[in-house]
Design a protein around this ligand. Sequence first.
Ligand code: HEC
Length: 154
Amino acid sequence: MSLAALAAVGLFMPFSNLFLHRPEPLQVEGSDEFKKVSLVLQQKCADCHTPNRTAYPVYTSLPIANRVIETDIEEAQKHIIFSDDMLRGKTPITAIDKAKIQSAFLDGGMPPLKYLALHWDARITRADKEAILTWLQSEKPLQLDTAGNQEQIH
Ligand code: HEC
């Protein structure tokens, strides 16, 4: 392949992702603060961390791409799953998951670099960071009950 052809393919991949067909956004319950965070999770994290909400790129069917994508999704969901009900605000997000999400947003480790190289609109922005901090501050403090379950103080 000529260099020009390689460059064309290399640019086509991220460019095509700017027009990805995403699943319908989920209807979110709860505070405005949470709605903002849920939207970011749906747009920038769900591809790997939410079962059945991957917006597959057009190049998914290429052999190597296919393996990389499937491995990423599998690995991601072994670590943490943002279920539809969590994203909808129906299942409360545990304190541990909140802490993990916060550090993922603030430390810059997520989304992974190889994903960002191909998804130019998935970088965590300053506004996203503000959204996560505002949400966490707006939540009532959590207390452990005797059984060790989390309960909100009313
Ligand atoms: C390209 C797929 C991909 C995307 C998109 C992605 N992740 Fe991940 N994520 C992974 C993989 C793979 C791992 C496990 C390996 C690692 O930690 O790097 C992971 C691990 C994590 C963990 C670590 C969980 C633990 O065990 O401590 C958190 C938290 C996380 N991701 C949050 C996010 C958030 C928040 C976003 C969106 C801003 C996001 N991820 C986007 C692939 C992805």
